[in-house]
Design a protein around this ligand. Structure first.
Ligand SMILES: NC(=O)c1ccc[n+]([C@@H]2O[C@H](COP(=O)([O-])OP(=O)(O)OC[C@H]3O[C@@H](n4cnc5c(N)ncnc54)[C@H](O)[C@@H]3O)[C@@H](O)[C@H]2O)c1
Length: 351
């Protein structure tokens, strides 16, 4: 079967998504909606048509939609897609409010359709290496993890909705930090306890924190330290470290790299393995970061199709992953304001 896919929002990410659909023999790009006619036209390929109204978009024959519009528009577009019986792959953050995310989950369940969220950083080679090491039990039971994501702030944004509340839903926690909250769930399991200190001292944008430093815990009490920042002056960097009784594994992007340190028991001789991904670094030097992102989008699209066909598991984030990451972002601000730990009820995977 060839899946007819439409795109809502044809900016930088929408255009990359369009290329990914074009490159997959199991998908056909049917329509691209963007109120900016030039943007919609730039993204189309093959027989796809560019449209500038949602009504015309949804009149096209579609099996699924990819939503890559500004975040405050995700919920409304998703709800309409589910009403029409379509599957949805929505960019992160899933919505700019917790309520919006909950409505999307409820609509997906009511329509019995797949809701996936674009946490493509899970699919970066350095992060998949961590997943493999954890699945193999190489570092033993997890003791704690460290999550860091940062960039140098406002120069990275092209539009107000990307960093100003209410559209953005918050600052660093809803931007690069949303991937870090998701990594917490991906590597540690459900995040059910949040304590945080957030601040707006650098960019001084009310409601858009430029730093969030937090401790999360999963239901077994295993902690993660978290730092999302908009004043990482050296530039974009993401790093995850997982520590176990038998060693540690570290994965980063900016640059893509892994370190694995293992020992048979604490105190015994250590073995270190390093991975450097020169092909990724060279490709990004010669072309751009977009190549790495597009590779992750290609894998995400392939797993989205498998999910539609009924396969569960894998690295694709579902609606509950998207919801929990936004709940965690909001909980961090609440915790910081109240100087209190915020409890979140356990939230398993979507069925
Ligand atoms: N997964 C990732 O790596 C990643 C990276 C960056 C951004 N994102 C997410 O992707 C989404 C799009 O970000 P972007 O960087 O492409 O932004 P962008 O500004 O480049 O593109 C947004 C597009 O949406 C269009 N738009 C405006 N109003 C619309 C509406 N009512 N309906 C549909 N489209 C509308 C704009 O005309 C524009 O073309 C956001 O949710 C963002 O958070 C994801």
């Amino acid at each position: 079967m060839v899946y007819k896919i439409g795109i809502i929002g044809a900016g930088v990410i929408g255009r990359l998504r369009a290329r990914t659909i074009h490159a997959n023999p199991k998908t056909q790009l049917t329509a691209v909606f963007d109120p900016d006619q030039a943007a919609a036209t730039r993204a189309v390929s093959g027989s796809a048509i560019p449209v500038t109204t949602l009504e015309t978009f949804f009149e096209q024959p579609l099996d699924a939609v990819i939503i890559s519009s500004p975040v405050h528009l995700h919920a409304e577009a998703s709800l309409e897609a589910f009403r029409r019986g379509l599957h949805v792959l929505c960019e992160k953050p899933m919505a700019n409010t917790v309520d919006g995310c909950r409505q999307m989950v409820a609509a997906a369940v009511a329509a019995d359709r797949v809701l996936a969220v674009g946490f493509n950083q899970r699919l970066l080679p350095s992060m998949q290496y961590i997943r493999e090491i954890l699945d193999a039990g190489t570092i033993g039971e997890i003791d704690h993890i460290r999550l860091f994501g940062g960039h140098d702030g406002l120069a990275n944004f092209r539009a107000d909705w990307q960093y100003r509340v209410p559209e953005s839903g918050g600052g660093a926690t809803m931007d690069i930090g949303i991937h870090m909250a998701d990594f917490g769930r991906y590597f540690l399991g459900d995040i059910t306890e949040v304590y945080a200190v957030t601040s707006e001292r650098t960019w001084q944008l009310p409601g858009s924190e430029d730093n969030a430093i937090a401790i999360f815990r999963n239901p077994e009490g295993i902690p993660a330290s978290y730092h999302a920042t908009w004043n990482e002056w050296a530039g974009f960097r993401v790093a995850v470290e997982v520590y176990g009784r038998l060693g540690m594994v570290r994965g980063s992007y900016g640059p893509m790299r892994n370190t694995l340190i293992t020992h048979e028991r604490p105190g015994a001789r250590r073995h270190t393995t390093r991975k450097f991904y020169p092909e990724v670094i060279l490709r990004e030097r010669l072309q751009s970061w977009e190549v790495t992102t597009q590779m992750s989008f290609a894998e995400e699209l392939a797993t989205f199709l498998l999910r539609i066909e009924g396969t569960t598991g894998g690295a694709l984030a579902d609606g509950h992953d998207g919801l929990r990451s936004v709940e965690v972002a909001y909980a961090m601000r609440e915790s910081s304001a109240a100087h209190q730990v915020i409890q979140l009820p356990p939230l398993g995977p979507m069925r």
